[in-house]
Design a protein around this ligand. Structure first.
Ligand SMILES: Nc1ncnc2c1ncn2[C@@H]1O[C@H](COP(=O)(O)OP(=O)(O)O)[C@@H](O)[C@H]1O
Ligand SMILES: [Mg+2]
Length: 621
């Protein structure tokens, strides 16, 4: 089909910035023979010559087809410069502008309904067309930068599509993921002062980027009482590998509902006869308060009733662990509270910013938490994000930002903490219905669980050098503009390819520069700067030693307590099957994980689910 306009252009090829003609159309791709190579025709001016990624326009009767240059070539180069040769551009047809009639605005659609015909002239898209294609509806989009092709055209993102269907920021380390994440979130927050965002910050770098907007929660001011953990999470904190200490797991499973009932009914009010009905009310997973002292008391009572003193060791181990963890300063945010009150509403209110109190984002600083339970804390937060969205029936949409996501949702099923993976997968798969959304930030897309990455509908791909990572990103994209991805290794600073529902078209973006005071603290060490002056102050070394010791004190204390106990048990004519010693089990978390026996599909929040999951991980008798 060729329009009168195209006819006019054909007689005067360069009158409308046209640069060539269509010689092939297949599916969503087209090939253009560029004027430049043919001796009879003047090459277009330098500025009009298409580059990789340039957006071109092809007029049809009712629409303007928009196409991205995905390859440029001269199949058979001429021997001498100036001689005629074929200059070819390959295009991906990505969308169309419906020409507005009189009084009607031209509208941009993704995909093409009317294809260009052979011989149609191709031209560089005008400024107005670029604006229509890239800017979309200004009310629901925010600016993050400009497009590479024309720096005067803003690059915008569609907030509802971006957040509603999850997004990812990917790129090699040092390419600007943290800055990009901060920039995107800041742009959104500027327009949404009552947002609800939670950012997991493993390097404690984001607080300066949000300033007044952020509620910063770190180990010092965090409160995450143990009774809000599911059974599986609590076992990870108290016991570690459930396979090796099965009896302790079983004991806790029995005693926790009793302790909950005891707390609920007022201390000491539980009579034997009442127990059964109360047990039914509280499962090990119900997030209601209970006292560690009640657990210890029950353990003591049971130990007293034991006839065979050989069976004491699981009771003793558990009691010692509960006692040491209750006084360990590093675990104070979880076990430190002297009184147990039902503070769940306040805790989730603070984390999810209800009411928002001018701080629409919570930054959870994870450095400083005992490293062995970072995964548990992340798991609790991810689980709470989903549950909060679910039980608030979508009235409070929440965005969870997962920095260094490959740590929490690794592709390798034997790494990571299973409940944490399950919680993030659940937001990825079902969160959309309830307004729980996910932002995944990672430098290793190839190491992240592919099912989670595939749920991220919008991707900002920064420079990426690793082949495997590039492959993963390419395979994640169905967009026809995928020719753009060839750029991944060549992207400059602050540049990214954005594609998916959060942008109107796949686009090469140049992000705006974050002001200095809004940048995340960079984690790269300033060697040359720091190597100018000696640091000789004695107090400096002492403070390092103190922090060092504090961070590993419990593992040592724990192991020592267990060793002492083991010796005691053996002295009491130890039974050969008892081996309560488990030295330094918390030092290398990844080595003591069990392969995941729980399929991701078993993710459910029904009461007792985590007990079932745990039971699956235990060896069969
Ligand atoms: N939008 C931006 N504005 C200002 N500086 C940026 C921006 N994007 C990247 N940078 C620069 O890139 C550097 C590395 O960015 P960073 O976000 O720490 O990388 P990554 O998180 O990928 O390791 C920053 O120190 C900053 O100088
Ligand atoms: Mg970073």
């Amino acid at each position: 089909m060729s329009s009168p306009a195209a006819e006019a252009e054909r007689t005067n090829p360069h009158s409308d910035r046209s640069i060539g003609r269509i010689v092939s159309v297949t599916g969503a791709k087209a090939i253009v023979l560029l004027d430049g190579g043919q001796s009879g025709l003047q090459p277009s001016p330098r500025s009009e010559r298409p580059e990789m990624g340039t957006l071109l326009a092809i007029d049809t009767a009712d629409t303007v087809v928009m196409a991205i240059v995905s390859a440029l070539s001269v199949p058979v180069p001429a021997q001498r410069e100036g001689e005629s040769e074929l200059w070819i551009a390959e295009l991906g047809l990505v969308g169309e502008l419906c020409k507005g009639g009189p009084g009607r605005q031209a509208a941009f659609n993704r995909g093409v309904s009317i294809y260009p015909a052979l011989g149609d002239r191709v031209r560089v898209a005008s400024r107005q067309e670029l604006e229509q294609a890239f800017c979309g509806d200004r009310r629901s989009s925010v600016r993050v930068g400009c497009i590479r092709q024309d720096p005067t055209i803003p690059a915008t993102i569609r907030v509802d599509e971006l957040l509603g269907k999850h997004f990812a920021v990917l790129g090699t380390t040092g390419t600007g993921k943290s800055c990009t994440t901060a920039l995107i979130l800041r742009s959104i927050l500027q327009k949404s002062p009552a947002a609800h965002m939670v950012l997991l910050d493993p390097h404690n770098e984001y607080a300066p980027a949000f300033g007044e907007w952020a509620e910063v929660i770190s180990q010092r001011n965090m409160q995450l009482p143990y009774w809000m953990l599911t059974f599986e999470e609590l076992i990870e904190v108290l016991i570690g590998n459930p396979r090796e200490r099965k009896q302790e797991v079983e004991l806790l499973q029995e005693l926790i509902p009793l302790a909950k009932a005891r707390y609920g009914a007022g201390r000491g009010a539980v009579r034997e006869g009442l127990r059964r009905s109360i047990d039914m009310k509280y499962t090990v997973d119900t997030p209601v308060p209970y006292r560690i002292s009640d657990l210890i008391q029950s353990l003591d009572e049971r130990m007293g009733r034991l006839e065979n003193k050989r069976d004491l060791s699981p009771y003793r181990n558990l009691k010692t662990r509960l006692e040491t963890i209750s006084v360990d300063a590093r675990y104070a945010f979880m076990f430190g509270s002297l009184t147990v009150n039902d503070t769940m509403a306040q805790i989730i209110g603070r984390i999810f910013r209800v009411p928002v109190n001018q701080k629409p984002i919570t930054i959870l600083e994870l450095t400083g938490l005992p490293s062995e339970i970072v995964n548990v804390v992340v798991s609790v937060l991810c689980r709470m994000t989903f549950d909060f969205a679910l039980w608030s029936e979508g009235q409070v949409p929440v965005t969870l930002v997962c920095e260094e996501a490959h740590r929490y949702v690794p592709a390798n099923s034997s790494l990571g903490f299973e409940p944490c993976k399950r919680a993030i997968a659940k937001i990825a798969k079902e969160g959309r219905k309830y307004g729980a959304s996910l932002c995944i930030v990672t430098q290793r897309p190839a190491e992240i669980d592919p099912t989670i990455l595939s749920q991220c509908n919008t991707v900002f791909a920064l420079r990426m050098s690793n082949d495997r990572d590039q492959e993963i990103v390419k395979s994640a994209i169905a967009d026809t503009g995928s020719g753009l991805l060839e750029f991944l290794t060549a992207l400059g600073q602050r540049e990214a390819i954005a594609f998916g529902d959060g942008v109107t078209l796949p686009v090469r973006i140049r992000f705006d520069e974050l002001p200095k005071h809004c940048m995340p603290r960079s984690s790269s060490a300033p060697f040359t700067e720091r190597w100018q002056m000696s640091v000789g102050d004695d107090g400096f070394l002492e403070s390092i030693v103190e922090r060092w010791r504090n961070s590993s004190s419990t593992s040592a204390a724990d192991a020592a307590a267990l060793l002492a106990q083991a010796a005691e048990t053996m002295a009491e004519a130890a039974a050969p099957r008892e081996a309560p010693v488990e030295p330094a089990r918390r030092d290398i978390p990844s080595l003591r994980r069990e392969p995941a026996a729980v399929p991701a599909s078993s993710a459910q929040s029904s009461p007792g689910s985590s007990v079932r999951a745990l039971r699956d991980r235990l060896p069969q008798r």
